[in-house]
Design a protein around this ligand. Structure first.
Ligand code: RAM
Length: 333
């Protein structure tokens, strides 16, 4: 009897689930999952604001903002598998690793889910297209120039990156290294990884200052690392000795600019990036565009992305922030 009741309960639950799936399938909302490197990162939260703005503009889009709690590929694979099970229409991922996500993303594409990467890319076989915030070369050149401009006599600089497998940071550092011959008096003494975790980034910055007592600058091409490094410099009493620069959000870096721990840094608009990504995912998922070399895919108020031979496009240029303009932007993103 008990078993029968359980069975009946199970059946009606099954029917309810089926019912709700059917209801969802009838729903014509396009469900776009914005998979971020990790939750709790202000950069991605700003991108999500842009995604929501695009969703509202388009009308029939639901944004599922999701990601692991730490910046691992394993965490993202779990998230992607659950999105496949939920039969979302599109996955737009900022990857913690260019290769590790490919099998899960291929599975998603085989099930008819549109897959794109943005911010931090996945290998071409794991996505239909990739949207970079800006040209890789330009970002690499920008981060070293920001440091070098404050060191007219030259000096020692170190890089505090995100994770060692992060696609975007690795490309930017590679591009930076390509132009180091333009800065013969600047030495890059080390590259360390704070994994986009505030506490680990802080400890790595402390470690750099201990190992290299004459360090002149820390370049952190990550919005998490740059804030942590500026805090470590301030706490070590090294404001004026070690300049922290790289990529950060004006809202999170205003204190560091005010204290002098950071003379300047750069970033593109993360709200626009999330907005543009949402339009791309929507246009591909609804077959209004196809991801192929030369294609122009609409990005709403951001114009359109023209895909290169690798189905990649870049959004805009990084913008420099310092004491002259930080107040104006700190409330924007
Ligand atoms: C962190 C992330 C992100 C990167 C920014 C600049 O938030 O690593 O991928 O684009 O920094």
């Amino acid at each position: 009897m008990k078993t029968l009741t359980k069975l009946a309960a199970g059946l009606s639950l099954g029917a309810a689930l089926l019912g709700s799936t059917a209801a969802m399938a009838q729903d014509d909302d396009v469900r776009i999952a914005l998979v971020v490197k990790s939750l709790g990162n202000g950069f991605f939260e700003a991108a999500n604001r842009g995604a929501e703005e695009a969703a509202e503009e388009i009308g029939n889009v639901e944004i599922i903002y999701t990601g692991p709690t730490d910046t691992t590929a394993e965490g993202q694979i779990e998230v992607i598998n659950s999105l496949i099970a939920q039969q979302v229409d599109a996955i737009a991922v900022s990857a913690n690793d260019p290769d590790a996500l490919v099998p899960a993303l291929k599975k998603a594409m085989q099930r008819g889910i549109t897959v794109i990467s943005w911010d931090s890319g996945v290998a071409p076989e794991g996505r239909e297209m990739h949207l970079s915030p800006s040209s890789h070369e330009l970002i690499g050149q920008t981060i070293i120039k920001l440091a070098a401009d404050e060191l007219p006599e030259g000096g020692d600089v170190a890089v505090l990156s995100a994770t060692s497998t992060s696609t975007n940071q690795n490309i930017w550092i590679e591009e930076m290294n390509k132009v180091m011959d333009q800065y013969p008096d600047i030495n890059v003494v080390a590259t360390v990884y704070g994994d986009d975790l505030a506490d680990k980034s802080y400890r790595e910055a402390q470690g750099l200052m201990q190992t290299y007592p004459d360090l002149d600058a820390i370049i952190a091409p990550t919005s998490v690392g740059i804030v942590a490094a500026a805090q470590a410099v301030a706490d070590a009493g090294k404001i004026g000795e070690v300049n922290v620069t790289g990529l950060g959000l004006p809202s999170e870096m205003a204190g560091a600019v005010e204290s002098g721990a950071s003379k300047s840094f750069a970033i593109w608009n993360p709200v626009d990036l999330g907005y543009a990504t949402t339009y791309l995912a929507y246009n591909l998922a609804t077959d209004q565009a196809e991801a192929e070399p030369g294609a122009e895919v609409g990005m709403g108020r951001m114009g359109s992305a023209t895909l290169d031979d690798n189905n990649e496009a870049a959004m805009s240029e990084p913008f420099k922030y310092d004491a002259s303009n930080i107040d104006e932007f700190k409330s924007v993103f």
